[in-house]
Structure formats: structure tokens, C-alpha cells
Design a protein around this ligand. Structure first.
Ligand code: FE
Length: 160
């Protein structure tokens, strides 16, 4: 009888510990995210950054700061400074937008289904501030075969 009690008590404690750990990790995720009102974003960003990052706009091809940029470094989110892409994975796509075959970490970007303009596309957003970055297409080079087609306006650059 005593051992059944012990088992039940252990099981109860395990459930408590697990749910507590889960809560902590959810809290951490919430803390890591940035949530601002539309007004706050308007105040923080330039008009161009606001239109692309918050309103899913697209800069005109061959006009951005980074489509023809070749320095070694890290491209970060212009909205929240989260590291997004390395110059190591940048390639010449010919599209007129900075293109990468991989993100710096799967945790730092998020893919969303985009059905605007009568097309089904994969929209890429920053996982920290949910800012619109661009789209992901399945016609990139090896090793991923992906093309992350990104607006220069959504990016800042940290030289290495
Ligand atoms: Fe961001």
C-alpha cells in the first residue's frame, strides 16, 4: 500500500515539474518576442521600413541596399536586430533582391502561407518581431535548394 502511495506521489511530482518547466519555456518565448502597436512601429521605423516590415510591401527590384552587396558579415532584422542571414549563404539570384539559400537559424525565422495577389507563396517573417522579410521559393542552389528572397529594407548589416 505504501509503495502505491509512493508511486502516486512520484507521478504527481513529475507532472508538477513537467508543467512548471513547460510554463517557464513558454514564458521565455513570450519574453523573447517583441510586441508593439502599429503607432509604436510607425514611430520606430522609417516610412519605407514600416511599409515593408509591417505592411508586407516589396521594394522595387535592383533598388535596395543589399542586392549587390558582397561584404562578409551578418544580416540582421531592421525591426528588432535579430540575426537572420550570414553573408556565407548569400548568392547571386539575378532577381534584384538579396538572396540566401539558408537562414542563420531555423528559430530566427518563421514561414507563413501567403495567398495574396492570386498566388500561393511562403512568406518569411522574423520570429522575434513578426516583421515581413520576403518569400521563400524552392528554386535555390544546393545544399538546401531554397531561395530566401528578402527585401533589403527589412535588413541591417553587421560587418565581420
Ligand atoms: Fe525582427
Amino acid at each position: 500500500m505504501a509503495s502505491i502511495k509512493k508511486i502516486l506521489l512520484s507521478a504527481f511530482l513529475l507532472v508538477c515539474i513537467t508543467s512548471c518547466a513547460q510554463q517557464t519555456s513558454n514564458q521565455k518565448e513570450m519574453e523573447d518576442k517583441i510586441s508593439k502597436s502599429d503607432e509604436q512601429w510607425k514611430h520606430k521605423l522609417t516610412e519605407e521600413e514600416y511599409q515593408v516590415l509591417r505592411k508586407k510591401g516589396t521594394e522595387r527590384a535592383f533598388t535596395g541596399e543589399f542586392w549587390n552587396h558582397h561584404e562578409k558579415g551578418i544580416y540582421i532584422c531592421a525591426g528588432c536586430q535579430l540575426e537572420l542571414f550570414s553573408s556565407e549563404t548569400k548568392f547571386e539570384s539575378g532577381s534584384g533582391w538579396p538572396s540566401f539559400y539558408d537562414a542563420i537559424s531555423k528559430d530566427n525565422v518563421k514561414i507563413k502561407k501567403d495567398v495574396s495577389f492570386g498566388m500561393v507563396r511562403e512568406e518569411l517573417v522574423c520570429s522575434k518581431c513578426e516583421g515581413h522579410l520576403g518569400h521563400v521559393f524552392p528554386d535555390g542552389p544546393k545544399p538546401t535548394g531554397l531561395r530566401y528572397c528578402i527585401n533589403s529594407v527589412s535588413l541591417d548589416f553587421k560587418k565581420l
